[in-house]
Design a protein around this ligand. Structure first.
Ligand SMILES: Cc1cc2nc3c(=O)[nH]c(=O)nc-3n(C[C@H](O)[C@H](O)[C@H](O)COP(=O)(O)O)c2cc1C
Length: 321
């Protein structure tokens, strides 16, 4: 019998297509009092740097009309503490759920350094893949965002590839004019797949105080507001690079939203901000997908990319609005 929820994202076999997104699920150990970790297809750790980081000044989160802004600043425990204190416990809990370790650095060189440490510790950590978060500033070169700079982007991805044989997924920034060339560059540099999207730049002003709400001024917008943006880029990347595996991310708080991503071409999805609103969000999304597939006697494998197979289109619709 076909398991209707089982899917693959590149080399990663997943019991189901629902993962928890980086930065919204701790190190895999934050939700255990709500439901078993092994329920998930997988989870992505908070971004890890080699050294611990405190992150940005408060306030670091703000609620918006259809989502949230955050400027956490990649606060994390650092690689060694993760290996020593977090990974063993999470490994004992995760069952078949895949563990993706999300990594970053402040320069392309630092990306290579942390990837080498992950490779060295991979047995102890038990991770199944790396997710490379390129949404951080290159401190050596004036703070430009590595994920928005084609040269630094390639350099960082190539250094991770050279340092490890673990499956590598590159998490792309939507803060560029076109995400597709970055997805192509990731594939050319040896990535097994891409994760898209990360947060969009945004700002909220406190009109009483006459200043930005967040301590850093701007932050990253996430939640339902960004759902159509993520679906758009997944669709575009799938159309341009049909063989490249994709994790679809951005604004998924319902199973219907997850279905949109899968039909747009994501092989699996990651749920982020929704878990802050409802700690059961991942589980609810999964249960809804299961019910939908059962009612229609179909499977996740059958619906991935379905929106690309609607009749025969002479050419792709062009947005002119
Ligand atoms: C509070 C917060 C912290 C985040 N931290 C990270 C992080 O450390 N690394 C990363 O790659 N993405 C991080 N993200 C981005 C999410 O993983 C996800 O890509 C984004 O929020 C869009 O999905 P969503 O709308 O479901 O939240 C963070 C998002 C939020 C809201």
């Amino acid at each position: 019998m076909v398991d209707r929820l089982a899917t693959k994202c590149g080399p990663l076999e997943l019991a189901n297509p629902v993962l928890a997104a980086s930065g919204t699920f701790g190190y895999g150990d934050s939700f255990e009092r709500f439901w078993p970790l092994e329920t998930l297809g997988g989870f992505v750790t908070k971004t890890l740097f080699l050294a611990p980081r405190d992150g940005n000044p408060a306030p670091r989160i703000a609620e918006t009309s259809a989502g949230m802004l955050n400027s956490i600043g990649l606060a994390n425990v650092g690689w060694e503490a993760f290996v020593r204190e977090k990974a063993p416990r999470v490994n004992a809990l995760r069952g078949s759920a895949r563990m993706l370790v999300n990594i970053a650095g402040n320069s392309p060189e630092e990306f290579g350094e942390i990837a080498a440490r992950v490779e060295a510790d991979r047995e102890a950590v038990g991770c199944d893949a790396i997710e490379v978060n390129v949404s951080c500033p290159n401190v050596k070169e004036g703070g430009t965002n590595i994920g928005c700079h084609p040269g630094q982007f390639r350099d960082a991805v190539a250094r991770v590839r050279a340092a490890t044989t673990l499956p590598m997924f590159v998490k792309l920034s939507p803060n560029v004019a076109d995400v597709v060339p970055f997805a192509r560059a990731a594939a050319e540099e040896g990535a097994e797949g891409v994760s898209l999207i990360n947060t969009l730049y945004g700002m909220q002003i406190d009109t009483e105080l006459r200043r930005p709400v967040l301590g850093t001024g701007s932050g990253g917008l996430s939640g339902p507001a960004i759902l159509p943006v993520g679906v758009h880029w997944v669709y575009k990347v799938r159309a341009a690079l049909p063989e490249l595996p994709i994790f679809g991310i951005g604004g998924i708080s319902t199973w219907q939203a997850a279905l949109q991503y899968l039909m747009a071409g994501a092989d699996a999805v990651q749920v982020g901000t929704a878990s802050f609103v409802d700690p059961n969000a991942c589980r609810e999304v999964l249960a809804g997908l299961d019910r939908w597939c059962a009612m229609r006697n179909t499977s996740i494998g059958e619906i991935v990319g379905a929106a690309h197979r609607v009749g025969e289109r002479a050419e792709e619709p062009v947005w002119t609005g």
